[in-house]
Write a protein that binds this ligand. Structure first.
Ligand SMILES: *Cc1c(COP(=O)(O)O)cnc(C)c1O
Length: 385
C-alpha cells in the first residue's frame, strides 16, 4: 500500500495553492481577445513589481532553461567571449548552452557548496577584458548556495559587460532589485517561489542589454526578445501563451502584492532559519557555505546514503524531498522552503527526516529534537519582528 497522503516538498516543482489551482481551472479565454489582454496587462505590471524593474518582463511558455538560452542568443555575437560561474548543476548549464552555440566560454569553477568570490569575477574580467557578459545563479539550486549577485553586478556595472542572473529559484524569495543593483538580465521560472506549475519563464533585460542585443547575431527565432517585446507591449504574446498558467499568475501576483515584498522575503528567511536550526539540532551539517533562503542543503550523516533516505521517505511516508546530483549524489539532501511553504511543511519535512534517518540507523537525538528547534526558531522570529 502506498502512503495515504503525498507531500511535495521539493525546490521545484513546488506546491500550488488551491486558490491558484482554481484560478487555472477557469474556462480558457482566447489569447487574441480583450478579456485575455486585460489579464496580460495586469500580469505585465505585476511582474515589473516582482522584478523591481521599469523594463519589460517578457513571459515565455517554456521551462526556465529556455530563458537561460535566450539570455545568450539575444545578447551575444558569434565570436563573443563570456565568463560563467559553475558551482553546480545550473551553473554547468551555462557552459553547455554556450557550447551548443560555439560561444567562447570561460568557466569559473567553484566547488559544490561554495559561493563564488567577487574577486574571482574581477580576476576573470582582467584576464578576459573583452567578456561580453558574466552568467551566474542567484541561487544555485543543486547546492543551496546564494552567489553574491549584488557585488557581481557592481563589478560589471561600469564596464561593457553584462551581468546575467538566473534567479529561477530566487525570484520571489529574496531581494533582487534589478534596476537598483544594475542586473542586466534577470531570469525566473513559474514552478519555484511563484507557486505555479511548470510552464512559464520570464526574462527582463536592462537598457544596456537591449543595446547589446542590437548587435547580437546568433540564430534565434522562438526566443527572439525583440519580437516578444513588440507583441507583449500590445498585451499579446508572439505565439500562443500558456493561457491557464497566466490566469494563475494573475492571481499569484494579486496575492503577493497584498503581502508586500518585505513580508515575502521575511517569510522565506524565517523558514530558512527554522530549517537550518532543525538540522543543527540533529547534529547534521549544512552543505552550503553561503546558504540561500529558498533551500537548505544538508550533508547526509556518515554511513547514510541520502538517495536511500529520499527513496524511503517517498515510498514509506509519502514525503518527497530531493537528494543530491552528480558528485554529491548520495551525500546530501535538500529541504525546500520557497513559494507555498509554511511552518507545518517544515515540521513535516523535519519530522520525516528524523524518522527516515532513524529507519536507516542514524538516531543521534530523541524524536522531535529537530522539529522542536524549528518551531522554537519560528516562534522567536515572530517575537522579534
Ligand atoms: C529550476 C531551475 C532552472 C530551470 O530549470 P528548468 O528545468 O528548465 O525549469 C534554472 N536555474 C535554476 C537555478 C533552477 O533552480
Amino acid at each position: 500500500m502506498p502512503p495515504l497522503k503525498q507531500y511535495l516538498l521539493t525546490p521545484g516543482p513546488t506546491p500550488v495553492p488551491e486558490r491558484i489551482a482554481l484560478a487555472m481551472a477557469q474556462p480558457i479565454p482566447h489569447h487574441r481577445h480583450a478579456a485575455f489582454e486585460a489579464v496580460f496587462e495586469e500580469v505585465r505590471h505585476g511582474l515589473g513589481w516582482v522584478f523591481q524593474t521599469k523594463q519589460d518582463v517578457l513571459t515565455y511558455a517554456c521551462s526556465g532553461t529556455g530563458t537561460l538560452e535566450s539570455a545568450m542568443v539575444n545578447v551575444l555575437k558569434r565570436d563573443d567571449e563570456i565568463v560563467y560561474v559553475n558551482g553546480g548543476k545550473f551553473g554547468e548549464r551555462w557552459g553547455k548552452i554556450a557550447e551548443a552555440y560555439g560561444i567562447h566560454a570561460h568557466e569559473i569553477k567553484v566547488p559544490w557548496g561554495k559561493a563564488v568570490e567577487p574577486v574571482q569575477i574581477e580576476e576573470a574580467l582582467k584576464e578576459h577584458p573583452k567578456t561580453a557578459a558574466v552568467y551566474v545563479q542567484a541561487s544555485e539550486s543543486s547546492t543551496g548556495v546564494a552567489h553574491p549577485v549584488k557585488e557581481i553586478a557592481a563589478i560589471t556595472r561600469g564596464r561593457d559587460t553584462l551581468c546575467v542572473v538566473d534567479a529561477v529559484s530566487a525570484l520571489g524569495a529574496m531581494p533582487l532589485p534589478m534596476d537598483e543593483w544594475g542586473i542586466d538580465v534577470l531570469l525566473a521560472g513559474s514552478q519555484k517561489a511563484l507557486m505555479l506549475p511548470p510552464g512559464l519563464a520570464w526574462v527582463a533585460a536592462s537598457e544596456k542589454a537591449w543595446k547589446k542585443s542590437e548587435g547580437a547575431n546568433l540564430p534565434r527565432f522562438y526566443f527572439d526578445w525583440k519580437q516578444e517585446r513588440d507583441s507583449q507591449r500590445k498585451n499579446q504574446t508572439a505565439w500562443t501563451p500558456a493561457i491557464s498558467i497566466i490566469l494563475g499568475l494573475a492571481e499569484v501576483l494579486r496575492w503577493l502584492k497584498a503581502e508586500t515584498l518585505p513580508k515575502i522575503y521575511a517569510r522565506h528567511e524565517r523558514l530558512a532559519r527554522a530549517s537550518r536550526a532543525a538540522m543543527k539540532a540533529l547534529s547534521l551539517e549544512l552543505f552550503a557555505d553561503r546558504p540561500v533562503v529558498s533551500i537548505t542543503t544538508v550533508k547526509s550523516p556518515a554511513g547514510v546514503d541520502s538517495e536511500k533516505l529520499v527513496k524511503l521517505l517517498i515510498e514509506k511516508y509519502g514525503v518527497t524531498l530531493v537528494g543530491g546530483q552528480d558528485s554529491v549524489k548520495g551525500k546530501i539532501f535538500r529541504i525546500a522552503h520557497l513559494g507555498y511553504f509554511d511552518d507545518f511543511d517544515i515540521v513535516v519535512a523535519v519530522a520525516a527526516i528524523e524518522r527516515g534517518l532513524a529507519d536507516l540507523g542514524y538516531k543521534a537525538k530523541p524524536f522531535g529534537t529537530g522539529v522542536g528547534a524549528a518551531m522554537t526558531t519560528m516562534a522567536e522570529f515572530d517575537a522579534t519582528t
